[in-house]
Design a protein around this ligand. Structure first.
Ligand SMILES: NC(=O)CCC(=O)C(=O)O
Length: 291
């Protein structure tokens, strides 16, 4: 597939690094709306906006069920209705961070990203596939699986600009999701995220740049701002990396919006110069699925 088809035209994007969420869901949604409005005032051509992981609920395993919502496009829940209106009002594609999702059939809870088009339609959702379960001595212990269940499928979204893949935070450690989306022709991987202050300095930039270089796609990681009053200290540093592995925008640790323009020419020229897709040797590694 030619790169001009991968991304049909230049697109301006914004990542909103919101402060770590307060216990008040409605206040968190309103704050997200204020920042989206600010982004569109500062950069009126912005067409795609990303919010962080768990932007309207505490990032805490004992709180996920309490804040969970049933995601049903026919009966929109609080967050779905709010984000749908926001996307429609500003005519943007909105990757609405993540919210805890309750599946009413199974009573399971998922960490789920909901994605809206410019008309405010819920076009897809991604349930976090790889749960953040770690024990780092003298560092951090966190076990999402205490209350969350893992998603069961990769997610690639079709838009008027082309396709992008969605993963959630810890998902970025597993190259397979990005690889699958890239092979379907995605121009970018988007990860609403909330790394912590132990693993963030070690791996955040490395993983963003690796997924970009592996797949020659743009990579966007959107974090909450660091809030030392909350139980979980997010790393911040929301970041946009281009298909060459170059960091084109990066936030600090506080509340901030970062902007970037994704350019099909950057994808096309780098793929021509370093033609990885043509050079793959599935004859040498036939166990790796070519599709
Ligand atoms: N919210 C998460 O998935 C955190 C992932 C993380 O911090 C990591 O090191 O991986």
């Amino acid at each position: 597939m030619s790169a001009s088809k991968i991304l049909s035209q230049k697109i301006k994007i914004a990542l909103i690094q919101l402060s770590g969420s307060s216990p008040d869901k409605m206040a968190n949604l309103q704050r997200a709306a204020t920042f989206v409005e600010r982004a569109l005032k500062e950069q009126p051509d912005t067409k795609l906006v990303v919010l962080p992981e768990c932007f309207n609920s505490p990032y805490s395993t004992d709180q996920f069920r309490k804040y969970s919502e049933v995601i049903n496009p026919n009966e929109p829940s609080t967050s779905v209705r709010f984000l749908s209106n926001l996307a429609n009002r500003f005519r943007i594609i909105l990757v609405g961070g993540t919210i805890p999702e309750l599946d009413p059939k199974t009573n399971k809870i998922y960490n789920t990203s909901i994605i809206f088009n410019e008309d405010g339609e819920l076009i897809d959702k991604h349930r976090k596939v790889h749960l953040f379960d770690v024990d780092i001595p003298n560092g951090i212990s966190f076990h999402e699986s205490e209350t969350l269940s893992p998603g069961e499928k990769p997610t690639t979204i079709d838009t008027s600009y082309g396709k992008f893949g969605v993963g959630i935070c810890y998902d970025m450690r597993f190259p397979e999701l990005a690889m699958l989306s890239a092979r379907k022709g995605a121009f970018a991987m988007i990860y609403p995220s909330a790394f912590n202050t132990v693993t963030g300095p070690l791996h955040w930039h490395l993983l963003a740049r690796s997924r970009a270089v592996d797949n020659q796609v743009y990579v966007m990681l959107c974090s909450p701002a660091r809030n030392l009053q909350s139980s979980y200290h997010a790393y911040g540093h929301s970041i946009v990396v281009d298909p060459r592995g170059k960091i084109v925008a990066e936030a600090g640790e506080g509340e901030e919006i970062i902007y970037a323009e994704l350019d099909p020419e950057v994808i096309e020229s780098f793929r021509l110069a370093v033609p990885l897709t043509k050079q793959r040797r599935f004859d040498v590694y036939p166990d790796v699925n070519a599709h």
